[in-house]
Design a protein around this ligand. Sequence first.
Ligand code: ATP
Length: 312
Amino acid sequence: MLAVVPPPVTVRVPSKINLHLAVGDLREDGYHELVTVFQALSLADEVTVAVTDDPGVEVYGEGEKSVPTGANNLAWRAVQALAAHVGRAESDSKVRVVLRKGIPVAGGMAGGSADAAATLVGLASLWKLEITRDELADIAAKLGSDVPFALYGGTALGTGRGERLVPVLSRHTFHWVLAFDQKGLSTPRVFTELDRLREEGDPPRIGSHAPVVEALASGDPRQLALLLGNDLQAAAVSLRPGLRRTLRAGVNAGALAGTVSGSGPTCAFLCEDAETALEVAAELSGAGVCRTVRVAHGPVPGARMVGGENDH
Ligand code: ATP
């Protein structure tokens, strides 16, 4: 009898920006204690998982040449982690993972983490697993500190290494312009640079996250704009001084405020509304301060299946 091969499953997964990113001191285990407010943005990757006789990863789109396709790909590590978690034999876990990237690689928008989260959701459906999102989040946290947020999306407060999440009420759709830099920045390098800056001097540290949470509840982009803050920004700018010019150009183009996203080098500009975001994007495109400009909105949901019977 012929075995029935299940149809491929496609999952759309959001990028993230940090509206607030407070970095504590270096811990004994080499990590920094973080307090962060994440927002999931409509700029997304799409991940398709399919049963195959030829397992592996294919990458198309934004930064495709700089994404590893072997065992180092976070999506591939997600396949292995989920198979191990449910005790699925290797012979029964042969999948092809196709990544269509919209999220810049090494851009501080957690693209690799997003792909891992999408792979978990896609495989749970492909393999017809009875598994809750919270159980997937436990596996996700082991893959990387930003992976659980990509599962849930929305707006959330993250603590620990960013993996302990509590949802945050956000009343408004916020409109963003994203400026991609010529090449990525390594996250560990940016943290090391921050440690160096802190050893040498006393770079300013952002305050409590509470006002950001209040601004999100009020839904007023002008209030939120005053409160965007990122302790990694000084380190990212120190490694990539041109970002100063990019940040200035976005505000000169009419954005309410700009911030480096996570460890950079992508810059995110908060705008008054969708129309202003388009105007800012057009002007920034012509300013010669970045490689590509995108508009996006948030918050949006986390990793979700798309297309055909899977649409919901
Ligand atoms: P974060 O903000 O979570 O630290 P990032 O958004 O700055 O990450 P990613 O796009 O996740 O950066 O990529 C970081 C590195 O991870 C890349 O340089 C790449 O070599 C590697 N990588 C592994 N898997 C993937 C993937 N699926 N997509 C993109 N990069 C990946």
